[in-house]
Design a protein around this ligand. Structure first.
Ligand code: ADP
Ligand code: MG
Length: 488
């Protein structure tokens, strides 16, 4: 069985049928009045209808032979439509010749997992407090059955307090795992990354891939990987963790006072920080809390005095868009094909543009503006939550931070237009909005109180400086890039 298609004759009830694996998909014709075996814990779905089925290679999780003559195919399929959540489907057939079936099973699985490890082992962190408190249910009902079906194994911890995820990442036996997976929002991954980066062996630890299962209210990474339609779909996220490869992703260092930490989503000041952190009391609303809170903040037209300094790389939105499209045409590069900033010669990450407490070096090309702003937000991800493509040109690994600035005096009408634009990322073309690619930026608040949010986590309202470092972490992804967030 050396060339496609790989064919196996099987029975289903009294009917004979052919399982045909083409290299791209597994095809078979379910006879009338037959029902495939359904998983008790799969997504709500009825019996598999009769007719031709085609399961894509990427959707196949496992093939097992049980009780001598049962062949079971486990898949994570989007059988209810391309915009619907992918879910577990099990198909059971009876084999005629065990030796032939075993050979077919072996050959198909080798191809299905080409370049990937089969049966990965994960450290899973579930935050029962994240979002509306559904993470435990998400894990038990959807994620865990998929991992089990794919013969993946895991050590599971329910986080019990803030920084628990960070403590775990700091002490984790990283060699024992293929990835760390969080079932929460971005906050848990923020802690994991910081835990890994604080380790004495960060030079090795930062390479451990991360997986995101959306279970919080701000699932920026899931939306950026899977797009608007699938960002909150647990089944699609789990499939990416089982079948994805490590995609290299930039990480921002942040200095604040004497502290230094890392941020992978966004660093916000002004309106968006208020929305992020000032809406905790609306947590029961889920993702809608951000929209409701943003509307009320916009209507109040508050602005925030600060000194903003940045080192621009590109400030023309048209050029940024062209570069975005050019980059998307280039082939995907995986983490094992790249070379990051950390190696034996450079075991620590050096901030090229200094710390927030250092004087600004003019020769680095800083631009300084002292003004009132509605918001100043740096980001490395295009989506910040469902329906919010705040930084549509953000790239996983261009080594730059995307900086979004809403000036003072937007007015309610323009403010509303901009907010509608954020739903699709079109706000960046609004004449009042500034959007640029920067190497670093610094925000110095001029008032005593307010919010600064780093990846949705509360940080002190004191000056901070952000700088992007290329490809310091990696994230499991099937596509190897973020979902398209900017129109061509
Ligand atoms: P969300 O998107 O809902 O904000 P996050 O993943 O960002 O979800 O997590 C929110 C916060 O919950 C993080 O600061 C995390 O440290 C904290 N946390 C984790 N476990 C618990 C727990 N058991 N109780 C309270 N907070 C927790
Ligand atoms: Mg959060």
């Amino acid at each position: 069985m050396s060339s496609f298609p790989f064919i196996l004759q099987v029975n289903k009830g009294h009917c004979q049928l052919e399982l045909k694996y083409t290299g791209q998909s597994l095809e078979f014709d379910i006879p009338d009045a037959e029902e495939s075996k359904q998983s008790a814990s799969c997504l709500p779905c009825g019996p598999t209808p009769s007719g031709l089925r085609s399961i894509k290679t990427v959707e196949i999780l496992n093939i097992t032979i049980e009780q001598e003559h049962s062949l079971i195919i486990s898949a994570c399929t989007s059988r209810h439509g391309p915009k619907k959540e992918a879910g577990l489907e099990l198909f059971e057939f009876q084999i005629k010749d065990r030796a032939l079936a075993t050979e077919w099973q072996f050959n198909v699985l080798v191809h299905v997992y080409k370049g990937l490890k089969r049966g990965r082992h994960f450290k899973v962190l579930v935050n029962p407090f994240g979002g509306q408190g559904h993470a435990k249910r998400i894990w038990e009902h959807t994620a865990e059955p998929l991992f089990k079906a794919a013969a993946c194994t895991y050590d599971l911890t329910y986080t019990t307090h803030r920084y628990h995820a960070k403590e775990i990442a700091k002490d984790l036996d990283i060699k024992a795992y293929d990835a760390i997976v969080s079932v929460s929002g971005d906050g848990v991954l923020h802690e994991v990354i910081n835990g890994l980066m604080e380790r004495p062996d960060a030079i090795v630890a930062h390479k451990l891939p991360l997986g995101a299962i959306p279970g919080g209210s701000g699932n920026a990474l899931s939306f950026s990987l899977l797009g608007e339609d699938h960002g909150s779909h647990v089944g699609n996220a789990v499939l990416g963790i089982i079948k994805g490869r490590a995609m290299p992703v930039d990480l921002c260092s942040v200095t604040q006072g004497d502290n230094r930490f890392f941020s992978f989503v966004l660093q916000s000041f002004g309106l968006i920080a208020d929305v992020d952190l000032g809406s905790e009391h609306l947590r029961w609303m889920g993702e809608a809390r951000f929209t409701v809170s943003a509307l009320s903040k916009l209507m109040s037209q508050v602005t925030y005095p600060c000194e903003l300094a940045y080192i621009p790389e590109e400030t023309s939105i048209e050029k940024i868009r062209t570069q975005y499209n050019e980059r998307r045409r280039q082939p995907v590069v995986w983490a094992d094909q790249t070379h990051d900033e950390l190696d034996g010669n450079h075991p620590t990450i050096v901030d090229r543009y200094g710390r927030v407490t250092d004087p600004i070096k003019e020769s680095d090309g800083w631009i300084v503006e002292k003004d009132h702003f509605a918001t100043v937000v740096g980001a490395k991800l295009p989506w910040i939550s469902k329906g919010s493509v705040s930084h549509p040109a953000a790239q996983p690994n261009d080594g730059l931070v995307d900086l979004l600035v809403f000036p003072k005096g937007l007015g309610r009408v323009a403010g509303l237009k901009i907010m509608v634009g954020v739903e699709t990322g079109e706000h960046v073309y609004n004449e009042k909005v500034r959007y640029m690619k920067v190497k670093a930026f610094r925000v110095t608040p001029q008032e005593r109180t307010g919010y600064v949010s780093m990846d949705g986590e509360h940080t002190p309202y004191v000056p901070y400086q952000v700088e992007a470092h290329r490809e310091l972490i990696s994230v499991l992804s099937i596509e190897g890039r973020y979902a398209r967030s900017m129109k061509e």
